[in-house]
Design a protein around this ligand. Structure first.
Ligand code: AMP
Ligand code: DBH
Length: 540
């Protein structure tokens, strides 16, 4: 097995420890501590179920023993694919307790993506619920085991487990639990949105991730009295860590799971549970703003609405306080690390017009030109980042690492930003070719590769088109091979490729040829830019 590591050069690691960022805690240790301090406080609310910290800990330990009994071993990587249900937490904290490594996939992922995650991480297990949104994950588990036989263990946390292993909920006393992980060990694997090709694997350590969570708590004012609503998918890095459900649990606060981010469901939960803070991507924030004037629920407990994942337009941002009666906090983050927030006491102008400034004074942020030279304040440039919770490399991907990190360890975020006075960043766009569709990042290259496998597609370019609601939508420009296929048929065919629905192109445009230059073929990047410009010109 390729070792899972995330290491900072010793001089950096020493500084991060000395400054108290890395506290030497693990996920398991902090949960044990909270359960000892406030056993009867409610940790997780899922519909009519309320788990206390003591119960969450007991369930995590039962799950851990169950995994070991089933044959999983410490160090094993396990693909977790769960929606917003309480068992997400017992399953994952159980993995931490058994020193196994969760890889967080999203409920929307389908077999092609799950198989990629399993192969790339050399996973031995797959954790699912029987179904969610009408989709049977046991079917997907069968396909996965056929494609990647190394995935020997499938654990089903809710519903009918069929031939698989149900999640253990009673502690088996004859199974000894291993020693805790070391705080500098990799705790779990997040996945990158990915701008080139398939998603990359992001190993995060206990030390670095917990730092980003507790420091976020201070910036977002999350305390033991807070009630955090998880409206986005719990496995996403944003609702997990900014400050997220992990931040909330670290604070000893209450985590309320929303089965859907729709305003009707969420507003009712905010009223019932007296929710104080939650996070949304911009299209959902817009939906909440539209629904708010006609609401019947009392949402006055809401103090902070975090918005991030994609650019939040200033005009909409201005409406948050008057319409929802809470403070907007913009957050610009990435699963690779660096997270920026506007501060709760910033002037309204800063809050609505910037994407915030880094968490830490030890976040080193560079804004550079094409040659890697720093640009003056206020000028757009590429954002590079290095710091106490920004990774130094992806797992098992040398070529991505060569592209995405500078020699001195800065992560090339791919974002184009302007640095304003006070270190506030304004996101201008991005260098890479991904589509940011309502906060979901889609790699153009990945989708092009799928479409090129269709016999009627001669060539294709996937381009992001500005979209009033989604922020960006994906458009496939296709040169047909012979007779033009039907757009709807192509979309239906894409769905058979085993990929998340959000990756199916929103729009298909057939063209006869792609532009070339006198020098020959244009680069993909240039081609996509031209197609976008021509398309937008025709629309106007
Ligand atoms: P991911 O790689 O999937 O973790 O996505 C991180 C990327 O999302 C960032 O590099 C940005 O491109 C984008 N992003 C996140 N938050 C914001 C924001 N508040 N404004 C603009 N873009 C954002
Ligand atoms: O988009 C993201 O990945 C993101 C957005 C806001 C993120 O990872 C985060 C905050 O931590």
């Amino acid at each position: 097995m390729i070792p899972l590591r995330q290491t900072w050069p010793e001089e950096f690691a020493r500084r991060y420890r000395e400054k108290g960022y890395w506290r030497g805690e693990t996920f398991s240790a902090f949960l044990r501590k909270r359960a000892a301090e406030r056993p009867d406080a409610i940790a997780i609310v899922d519909r009519d179920r309320r788990w206390t910290y003591a119960e969450l800990l007991a369930r995590a330990e039962a799950a851990a023993a169950g995994y070991l009994k089933a044959g999983l071993k410490p160090g094993d990587r396990v693909v977790v694919q769960l929606a917003n249900i309480a068992e997400f937490f017992s399953a994952v904290f159980g993995l931490f307790r058994a020193r196994m490594i969760p890889l967080y996939s999203l409920p929307a992922h389908r077999i092609t993506e799950i198989a990629h995650f399993a192969r790339k991480s050399e996973a031995a297990g797959y954790i699912i619920a029987e179904r969610h949104d009408g989709f049977d994950y046991r079917e997907q588990a069968r396909k996965l085991q056929a494609e990647v036989p190394a995935v020997k263990h499938v654990i089903v946390v809710a519903g009918d487990a069929a031939e698989f292993t149900p999640l253990a909920t009673e502690r088996q006393e004859d199974v000894a639990l291993p020693q805790d992980a070391s705080p500098s060990d990799v705790a779990f694997i997040q996945i990158s949105g990915g701008s080139t090709g398939l998603s990359k694997l992001i190993p995060r350590t206990h030390d670095d991730y917990l730092y980003s969570c507790w420091a976020s708590n201070e910036i977002c004012n999350v305390t033991a009295e807070s009630v955090f609503l998880v409206a986005l998918p719990a496995a996403h890095n944003f609702p997990m860590s900014s400050p997220g459900h992990i931040g909330a649990l670290y604070a000893g606060a209450r985590v309320v799971l929303s089965p859907s981010p729709n305003p009707d469901t969420a507003f009712a939960l905010i009223e019932r549970e007296r929710v104080t803070i939650t996070g949304l991507v911009p299209p959902l924030a817009l939906l909440w703003l539209q629904a708010a004037p006609n609401r019947t629920a009392d949402i006055s407990s809401l103090e902070v609405l975090l918005v991030g994942g994609a650019k939040f337009t200033q005009e909409v941002a201005r409406r948050v306080r008057p319409t929802l009666g809470c403070t907007l906090q913009q957050v610009f983050g990435m699963a690779e690390g660096l997270v920026n927030y506007t501060r709760l006491d910033d002037p309204e102008e800063i809050i609505v017009s910037t994407q915030g400034r880094p968490i830490s004074t030890d976040d080193e942020v560079l804004v550079v030109d094409d040659l890697g030279q720093p640009v003056p304040e206020g000028e757009p440039g590429y954002l590079l980042a290095r710091g106490p919770y920004t990774i130094r490399g992806y797992h098992n991907d040398e070529s991505a690492n060569a592209r995405s990190f500078t020699e001195d360890g800065f992560y090339r975020t791919g974002d184009i930003v302007r640095r304003m006075p006070g270190g506030y960043l304004e996101v201008q766009g991005r260098a890479g070719d991904h589509i940011n569709r309502a906060g979901e990042k889609i790699s153009a290259e990945e989708i092009e590769d799928h479409l090129l496998a269709h016999p009627s597609v001669f060539d294709v370019a996937i381009v992001s088109i500005p979209d009033e609601y989604l922020g960006e939508r994906s458009c496939a420009f296709i040169i047909p091979n012979g007779e033009k296929p039907k757009g709807a048929a192509l979309k239906a065919w894409m769905r058979t490729r085993g990929i998340a629905e959000f990756k199916v192109p929103d729009q298909i445009v057939f063209v006869e040829a792609f532009a070339t230059t006198a020098a020959g073929k244009v680069s993909r990047k240039e081609l996509r830019a031209r197609l976008r410009a021509e398309f937008l010109e025709q629309q106007s």
